[in-house]
Design a protein. Structure first.
Length: 159
């Protein structure tokens, strides 16, 4: 027969199996030596350094970057390249503003048959462009959408 277990023996074995009260309350990730963290940090640094060295070795040539439009092809000094790029952008902005200012308006587009509209509306618009009255030329029915698209004649009263 085996000797009877005392409650002290059972309690002691449970503490050994479960760990002490202090060990159970502290999360396992918090109790690591500083040397472990330092070693982990140095390994991460070494891994990053190796990764960057590999990337630098496989970096494309300047001509390839110019071909992919990542770098600009320029013969200017590196100290002047930023000013050259700024000047180029300003010139492009000026050209774009000039072209926008010269583009035709909607009336001109209707007259040249570029902007499609219904025939009765087109006649009214062309008559207005020639000095007639747009509001007299428009039919009274079937053009409810005009109240949104065209300005209403001013009647002197506010809404």
């Amino acid at each position: 027969m085996s000797p009877p277990f005392s409650s002290f023996t059972v309690g002691r074995e449970l503490c050994v199996l479960q760990g002490s009260q202090a060990e159970r309350e502290i999360p396992p990730g918090l109790v690591r030596p500083a040397a472990f963290h330092e070693q982990r940090r140095s390994l991460e640094r070494a891994r990053t350094e190796d990764y960057l060295k590999r990337k630098i070795r496989s970096r494309p040539e300047r001509s390839e970057l110019v071909r992919m439009h990542i770098l600009e092809e320029t013969s200017a000094e590196p100290s002047l390249q930023a000013k050259q790029l700024k000047l180029k952008r300003a010139r492009l902005a000026d050209d774009l503003n000039e072209k926008i200012a010269q583009r035709p308006g909607p009336m001109e587009l209707v007259e040249k048959n570029i902007l499609p509209v219904e025939s009765s509306l087109k006649e009214a618009i062309i008559g207005e462009a020639r000095g007639g009255s747009l509001w007299k030329a428009l039919p009274t029915r079937g053009f409810d959408f005009l109240s949104f698209h065209l300005p209403q004649p001013w009647s002197g009263r506010t809404h």
